[in-house]
Ligand binder design. Structure first.
Ligand SMILES: *Cc1c(COP(=O)(O)O)cnc(C)c1O
Length: 380
């Protein structure tokens, strides 16, 4: 059995007879043709295993879904138009009026918003749990159906104890969905840790070049996969084959890119924590990070996203730092080859500003020097 990164480089299996190429063909289709009336009338049985209508996928979408399931270590993958769509798909599939959901306090903002605002409107309630989820056992209610984990969580990169949360949720008859966008399955395998729904925003590391939006949900159970597909069809979810082609291309270099993002981000985190102008650094692979023990226990690899705060309070110092950067451009999203910076206000009780860096694939010495000279601009 070859290593996963080697497997990901193998040519796809959906190839028209008589043609061979290392590249996945891009098949566009809304109408799918059938040879006779009998097979046309049976087309619904084809959904999820064959071709019935363009919305259900062409060989291009199926090729990407298969590679992603391999990346997840098995199971079945459903593609959706964005990372956020993956989150709404799981909630739409699992939740009914009267149900209750648990989310980490530091969860990706839109996950909390969609749960509160959209599902809340339909009679779903939610509560947040703090930090690693050690207190989660007390938070279950009779109608708790779904627990979200996102480890490390957005912006502050707080780690959660995924196996402990999974054990507590399953003991209460709840399902667990994990947003694994930060680590990708190369760093952490949700399904192997008992998670029921493994989610990735492919927009980030799988796409890897800041030019596509897509999401994926992977489940171990084939019946649950069919039910998810039915929910996705009702929602009208569809992903374009050209975007799938780009994501397949991204997958070929995912292992190599992630190793480099990780090594450079660790060097950046180590440099940052030694700077007088820096107050705190958030990066679980860093030994001084409060989530380091959990990260070391459960994760195989880190990635390129970290955050920190300046000693100097207030927005002007943050503005001066960002303005002094040369190679970090200001913008949302992350996970691609380019270095990026973003800023976010911190909530109470830790008021102030958080600076988030995505460490790209530029030469690490240039990146370290760039951040060092920008910090000099705000040194007290
Ligand atoms: C970006 C992101 C998403 C959403 O992905 P989109 O494709 O932009 O909708 C979800 N979760 C996390 C952790 C993210 O960083």
């Amino acid at each position: 059995m070859a290593k996963l990164v080697t497997e990901l480089l193998q040519p796809p299996e959906h190839i028209p007879p008589g043609f061979a190429s290392l590249s996945q063909g891009v098949f566009h289709a809304s109408t799918i043709l059938f040879p006779d009336v009998a097979s046309f009338l049976r087309r619904q049985e084809q959904a999820g295993v064959g071709y019935s209508y363009g919305q259900n996928g062409t060989p291009t979408q199926y090729a990407l879904a298969e590679k992603l399931a391999q990346l997840e270590g098995g199971g079945h993958t459903m593609l959706v138009p964005s990372g956020l769509a993956a989150i709404t798909l799981v909630s739409s599939h699992v939740l009914s009026a009267g149900d209750h959901v648990l989310l980490p306090a530091a969860v990706y903002g839109p996950t909390l918003s969609v749960t509160r605002e959209l599902f809340g409107k339909w009679g779903v309630r939610c509560s947040v749990y703090q930090h690693s989820g050690a207190d989660i056992g007390q938070l279950f209610e009779p109608r708790t159906r779904l627990v979200w984990v996102e480890s490390p969580a957005s912006n502050l990169l707080e780690m959660q104890d995924v196996p402990a949360i999974v054990a507590a949720a399953h003991a209460h008859g709840a399902l667990v969905a994990m947003d694994n966008t930060w680590a990708t399955p190369l760093g952490f395998r949700p399904l192997a840790h008992g998670v029921d729904f493994s989610i990735q925003a492919l927009t980030k590391y799988v796409g890897g070049h800041s030019d596509l939006l897509m999401g994926a949900v992977t489940v171990a159970d084939p019946r649950r996969y069919q039910e998810l597909r039915q929910t996705g069809e009702l929602l009208g979810y569809y992903v374009p084959p050209d975007e799938c082609f780009l994501a397949l291309r991204g997958l070929q270099t995912l292992g190599l890119r992630l190793e480099r993002h990780f090594a450079s981000a660790l060097a950046m985190a180590r440099m940052l924590e030694r700077q007088a102008a820096v107050a705190t650094v958030h990066y679980p692979p860093l030994p001084s990070d409060p989530g380091h023990a959990l990260w070391r226990r459960d994760f195989k690899l880190g990635s390129g996203l970290l955050s920190f705060t300046l000693r100097q309070p207030g927005l002007p110092a943050v503005e001066a730092f960002v303005a002094a950067l040369r190679f970090f451009r200001l913008g949302n999203s992350w996970g691609a080859v380019h270095s990026l910076v973003a800023v976010a206000p911190l909530q109470k009780p830790r008021e102030g500003w958080l600076i988030r860096l995505h460490i790209g694939l530029e030469d690490v010495d240039d990146l370290l020097e760039d951040v060092r000279q920008a910090l000099a601009a705000v040194s007290p």
